[in-house]
Design a protein around this ligand. Structure first.
Ligand SMILES: Cc1cc2nc3c(=O)[nH]c(=O)nc-3n(C[C@H](O)[C@H](O)[C@H](O)COP(=O)(O)OP(=O)(O)OC[C@H]3O[C@@H](n4cnc5c(N)ncnc54)[C@H](O)[C@@H]3O)c2cc1C
Length: 389
């Protein structure tokens, strides 16, 4: 056996690449995780203090993954000796009878997730820090909470290394030469491997180009603004009744939502953000303007969050989204090369699922049947997308 050959090379050390590498090293595999930038960095999608975890998904195929994901986050906390999750609950608000509210309620029931339906009166009594019109109500997902994001990425990488995995940062993948034993050509070396997993976030299509594939991915610049909140405004993580919150807004009410989490990262400030942003090239993201997003959020705050200062956010942390047309992930093999696996298009909601994503990508790379039905995540769902080599 050639000892220079890795079982798997994982390209990209964001949360998805790191969780995948961790899964594979736990299976006793020889794994190399490559990252183009020096770590830690803030140019991709996984940096920052916090990400929301929720079971409240309208689609059952996501809700089904969340039990295992939460267990795995708890396990990683124990293995790394790091606190990674804080339960707060998530209040999904919306107009009475809105599709999102009804679907969320149904899914939470079907998945036996602890939750409550709150009338407008109940919501107002329990959460006086929010102000919604009479025709609104809420669904409270009790299991939801906050994942400490950068700490989670570091925890995966640390445990991966401790168990014998190799993590090379500042080592950019320039080309993948597919074969039974593929070669991965980087800015520093050439590596041989039985399998490659591409988890390159917004750079995915740049890597896939030479492999004859272009996925319908749109890369957006998004922002995490932190807004000043009045003292005793009931929005600190230490307040018992301060949940995370989300509401679908705008004419395209299907996917565009405002979300916020209680004050934790920066005392006296709450994260209130929009699940949207302008299109941007990950190589040049700073040319976009945040004004439109911040303006929409300020309007929202004025209407619904009376204890928050809407003038302007004190802190804005930019980030990238990689969107698919249906906003569902891509978890699949390359249509032409079976030992090249792709995990991409996490569409601004992938972080919480990283332990499950890492597991299924790892299983695909080892030729095993994945633990979940991956039909919603297949490349073949995009009409006309196939390898043109
Ligand atoms: C503002 C914001 C808020 C979010 N909120 C939530 C939330 O509340 N809940 C939730 O579940 N999800 C949330 N998400 C989504 C979640 O953070 C992403 O889905 C997830 O981080 C995607 O991770 P990734 O590993 O695919 O991408 P990335 O983190 O971008 O990682 C890809 C990595 O690949 C590296 N790379 C690229 N090209 C190469 C190359 N050629 N060679 C080597 N390395 C390369 C990049 O440098 C990068 O480090 C949010 C995202 C953002 C931006």
């Amino acid at each position: 056996m050639d000892t220079d050959v890795f079982d798997v090379v994982v390209v990209g050390a964001g949360i998805m690449g790191s969780s995948t590498a961790y899964y594979l090293v736990n299976q006793g595999r020889k794994v190399l995780l490559l990252e183009q930038f020096r770590l830690p960095h803030t140019r991709g999608s996984s940096h920052g203090q916090s990400r929301g975890f929720r079971k409240a998904y309208p689609q059952k195929f996501y809700a089904n993954m969340t039990d295992e994901a939460l267990e795995a986050w708890n396990r990683l906390e124990r293995e790394s000796g790091t606190s990674l999750y804080r339960r707060t609950g998530l209040l999904v608000v919306g107009k009475k009878g809105s599709q999102c509210l009804e679907e969320t309620d149904v899914t939470l029931k079907q998945t036996n997730c602890s939750h409550e339906r709150l009338s407008h009166a109940q919501m107002t009594k329990r959460y006086p820090q929010f102000s919604y019109p009479d025709n609104y109500e809420g669904v409270l997902d009790h299991t939801a909470g906050i994942l400490w994001a950068s700490a989670a990425v570091l925890a995966y990488q640390t445990v991966f290394r401790c168990r014998g995995g190799v993590l090379n940062d500042g080592d950019k993948v320039l080309r993948i030469i597919p074969a039974d034993i593929s070669e991965v050509v980087t800015s520093r070396a050439r590596y041989k491997t039985r399998s490659v997993i591409i988890t390159a976030g917004p750079w995915t299509n740049k890597i896939l180009k030479d492999l004859g594939l272009s996925l319908p991915l749109k890369t957006l610049r998004t922002y995490l603004p932190y807004w000043r909140v009045a003292p005793n405004g009931g929005m600190s993580i230490e307040d018992k009744s301060a949940p995370c919150m989300s509401e679908k807004i705008g004419p395209d009410a299907d996917e565009n939502y405002v979300y916020h989490s209680p004050s934790a990262e920066y005392p006296g400030h709450v994260k209130i953000a929009l699940h949207d942003g302008p299109e941007a090239d990950p190589e040049n993201p700073d040319e976009t303007s945040q004004d439109d997003v911040i303006g929409k959020l300020a309007d929202y705050i004025r209407s619904h969050l009376p204890f928050v200062h809407a003038k302007k956010p004190s802190i804005v942390e930019p980030c990238m989204y990689t969107m698919t047309p249906d906003h569902h992930f891509v978890l699949d093999r390359h249509p032409r090369y079976r030992n090249i696996i792709i995990g991409a298009g996490f569409s601004g909601h992938g972080f919480k699922m990283a332990p499950v994503v890492g597991k299924v990508l790892g299983q695909l790379s080892l030729g095993q049947s994945p633990s979940y039905d991956l039909t919603p995540f297949r490349i073949s769902r995009f009409p006309g997308v196939k390898s043109h080599l």
